[in-house]
Design a protein around this ligand. Structure first.
Ligand code: PGA
Ligand code: ZN
Length: 424
């Protein structure tokens, strides 16, 4: 049973205040978690509440969220069975009562939900991923995938697409997936430095800042790195367009290479990219409210279509997109929806439909992200770990090394080539 719940303010991986919660049980088990926040945030995500007082951390402090835990959530869940995750999550959803958890805060509820789960695992003395798997057999590891070149403004140009992702394929062990990712990262850095005649700049997501506004040129760099390393058959790619970030609602157009283009032109560019390079998936191909556009993109583009901001780990949005044939899978980010229980409901729905599950940390993540354990527990296919520099990203990659070792024969990464959209 839960004996005590304590909340405090700590910092996330971006140095912003974040709420951290400890859940303590009567038998002395402790679970701790803090809530993640992103930079490219979907409009259908549960709310991150911050105090907004410009004199405190530039408005970003979370003292109100802490008060919500101490005054409202703690008294309601103390005494409840720590392993009854659903009852606890339901109780918090009921106490909040709003669609996007604006009253108590999605960040508040997320931190409590995962602290409860970790306390549950600790009270049963189970590794967190085993506890989350709840007795179902773990048959494989995820394939770690790496956001090696980041979009945005660098070298005086703007790359519209947010992430150019490396996906290891045809690999036999988790360690091999780490090696391919890291060696590609080093080599891409060398190639960019040679081309630019200066050290490659660091991008917003700890990869390299995109050296060109043309996505074709960016993938040529990946291909050059793969040939230098002899890895042509060991790599394929993903793109996170994060299209809402360069979409103009008023004109219904996308800002791409100094032009305004419409949905059809964007789809045709993506189609050409997938014909030219081994691209397995495209994330958020179109802006987050365009279900029809995604449906059309799904028809035209031979890669798997994945919804991140488009779906927000939300079961209603996932169901609608699935029924419209607008996606092949989603990015699983528990803090988008709030609780562990809601995340699991969305995951189970999509698993039944054999959809692709890619978990991801957030750019403003906790340093001990629960997402790595979660993706192992649900048998997720891939984990977006970011680029292999910066502590919190390396922690997830290393957690994967530990877990894959513990899983023994079942510790091999999922073979992405069996997924729809990959084997072309
Ligand atoms: P975020 O973005 O964590 O900054 O929201 C990552 C992504 O879009 O996948
Ligand atoms: Zn994304």
């Amino acid at each position: 049973k839960i004996k005590n719940v304590k909340a405090r303010q700590v910092l996330d991986s971006d140095g912003r205040p974040a709420i951290e919660v400890d859940v303590i049980t009567q038998n002395g088990a402790i679970g701790r978690s803090s809530a993640a926040t992103g930079n490219s945030v979907g409009i259908n995500e549960s709310a991150v509440i911050r105090d907004g007082n410009p004199k405190l951390y530039g408005g970003k402090s979370v003292y109100k969220a802490i008060e919500n835990v101490n005054k409202i959530i703690a008294p309601a869940i103390i005494g409840m069975d720590v392993t009854d995750q659903q009852a606890i999550d339901d109780r918090m959803i009921e106490l909040d009562g709003t669609r996007y958890k604006t009253k108590l805060g999605g960040n508040t509820i997320n931190a409590v939900s995962f602290a409860v789960a970790r306390a549950g695992a600790a009270s049963l003395r189970l590794p967190f991923y085993r506890y989350l798997a709840g007795g179902t057999e773990i048959k494989h590891m995820f394939t770690p995938i790496y956001n090696l070149i980041n979009g945005g403004q660098y070298y005086g140009i703007v790359q519209a697409f947010q992430e150019f992702i490396l996906i290891p394929r045809n690999i036999n062990s988790y360690e091999e997936a780490v090696r391919v990712g890291v060696e590609m990262f080093y080599t891409i850095g060398d190639i960019i430095s040679e081309e630019k005649k200066q050290p490659a700049v660091k991008g917003e997501y700890c990869g390299y800042g995109a050296p060109s506004d043309d996505p074709f040129e960016v993938f040529e760099i990946f291909e050059e790195a793969a040939s230098r390393l002899g890895y042509k058959d060991k790599v394929c790619y993903g793109i996170d367009c994060a299209s809402s970030e360069f979409y103009n609602t008023k004109s219904n157009t996308y800002r791409y290479r100094n032009r305004d283009i419409d949905c059809d032109e964007l789809i045709s560019i993506l189609k050409k990219l997938t014909q030219r390079f081994p691209i397995g998936f495209i994330e958020d191909a179109l802006q987050q409210e365009d279900f029809e556009g995604h449906q059309k993109a799904h028809e035209c583009i031979p890669a798997a279509l994945i919804g991140d901001d488009f779906i927000c780990t939300n079961i209603e949005r996932a169901r609608k997109a699935y029924e419209m044939h607008a996606i092949d899978g989603i990015i699983v980010k528990p803090n988008q929806v709030g609780t562990l229980t809601e995340t699991m409901n969305t995951v189970r729905f999509l698993q039944e439909k054999e959809q692709i599950l890619i978990a991801s940390g957030r750019s403003g993540g906790p340093l001990d992200d629960p997402t790595t354990d979660l993706v192992v527990a649900i048998g997720g296919h891939m984990l977006k770990t970011g680029a292999p520099r910066s502590g919190e990203r390396v922690v997830s990659i290393n957690d994967g090394i530990h877990i894959s070792e513990e899983l023994g024969d079942n510790g091999r990464p999922f073979n992405v080539m069996t997924l729809p959209g990959f084997s072309r």
